[in-house]
Design a protein. Structure first.
Length: 384
């Protein structure tokens, strides 16, 4: 595993006037070598592949050592790119060699990668490759997915037919941002038979004000499950607990879940926080296929409730985007009781036409891309 950190910029696509109109790519000789990275048509007045790159896909250029990573390896390799300030990460495909060492940058990424990770030119990034096997590009069907506007508007009937039983959708970020797709996606999910919940992405600052903004946005029913996404660097334990208290003060007997990975582990350590233990449960983020490798702040949470085990999953009904996959610490019936508002009977599974389901799966396998576009997981400054 190679790990690097340094400055980043962007490249590629019709609007990159820093490359010649006929400029090729270093190791991708034809669109067919990596078709998921390219626009359907060559941009006008250009002939080179660098300008045909689709800026809405996730790709990266680095100064690869061809003795260590051959062309064949690069065409089959995935790279994890991370914003160290927010902890948000994504997976990109190698597309070119560069940037020149004179730039003092370690990589150039697609505009979509920078936008997704909330980065601008000369910001710091962290890179690791090849993408670890214990962080799989998983096709397992989970009991629950979590999405945001990055997944656009999924076909919820297909999502449900695949075996997914619940969806958690981003609602707000800070005190100003509202996810524009939440209302329609949640309505469609309910109509398809999925149980739903929402989350707020909390930022450093006034946790209570952010929680109040979130609650005003979603207008929760009594006993609704609400989630605080606690992962952005700089968020203190006080910020988190103030948000929890604001939700408690709202009333309606809301059920509160804290989503977090390494940040909560770091701030809690081995200590017991009686306030969080009494009023919240844990949705753990740790990307591995091996449950024996996960860890969490057990002094506060004797067990995890929901576990986000992959951020690069694929689910029928969600096209051109990876999706977060989650398992519940119990059976499906218990999951439905957990995610639904208190007192609301879990939705019974709808019968699925096996012929139609087989047709969907066959079409999906036929049309499946090697790598999907990553308008995902997450927030405008963080996760999805």
């Amino acid at each position: 595993m190679t790990k690097l950190s340094g400055k980043v910029s962007w490249f590629g696509g019709p609007d990159d006037m820093g490359v010649a109109s006929d400029e090729p790519l270093a190791f991708i000789y034809d669109v067919s070598d990596q078709p998921s990275l390219f626009l359907d048509e060559q941009p006008p007045n250009t002939t080179g592949l660098a300008r045909r790159l689709d800026p809405e896909t996730f790709y990266i250029a680095m100064r690869w050592d061809y003795d260590e990573t051959s062309r064949d390896m690069l065409l089959d390799m995935r790279v994890k790119v991370r914003n160290p300030k927010t902890g948000k990460s994504c997976v990109a495909l190698p597309a070119d060699w560069g940037p020149h060492s004179d730039t003092d940058r370690i990589a150039d990424c697609s505009p979509a990668v920078l936008e997704y990770l909330d980065l601008v030119t000369d910001d710091e990034i962290e890179i690791s490759y090849p993408y670890q096997e214990d962080q799989p590009m998983s096709n397992e069907i989970p009991v629950c997915i979590d999405i945001s506007h990055w997944q656009d508007f999924p076909d919820m009937d297909e999502v449900y037919a695949s075996g997914v039983r619940g969806m958690i959708h981003k609602a707000t970020e800070g005190t100003t941002y509202v996810d524009p797709n939440r209302s329609k996606n949640c309505s469609n999910a309910l109509a398809a038979g999925l149980a739903i919940s929402t989350y707020m992405w909390i930022k450093p600052g006034d946790g209570a004000a952010q929680a109040e903004f979130y609650l005003a946005t979603i207008d929760p029913v009594p006993g609704e499950r609400v989630v605080i996404d606690y992962e952005e660097a700089g968020c203190t334990l006080t910020t988190l607990k103030n948000a929890v208290q604001a939700i408690l003060d709202y009333g309606n007997e809301l059920k509160i879940t804290v989503y977090s990975g390494h940040l909560l582990k770091e701030v809690l350590g081995d200590s017991h926080d009686s306030f969080l233990a009494q009023h919240t449960d844990l949705w753990l983020a740790q990307y591995t296929s091996d449950e024996s490798k996960i860890s969490w702040p057990e002094a506060t949470y004797p067990k995890w409730t929901l576990w986000q085990y992959s951020e690069t999953g694929e689910v029928p009904g969600i096209d051109d985007s990876y999706v977060d996959l989650n398992n519940y610490n119990g059976n499906d019936q218990e999951f439905l009781e957990w995610i639904n508002p208190t007192g609301v009977a879990p939705i019974l599974p709808k019968p699925v036409d096996p012929v139609k389901q087989q047709a969907r799966e066959t079409a999906r396998r036929t049309a499946k891309r090697v790598v999907r576009r990553m308008f995902k997981r997450g927030p405008d400054i963080g996760r999805s």
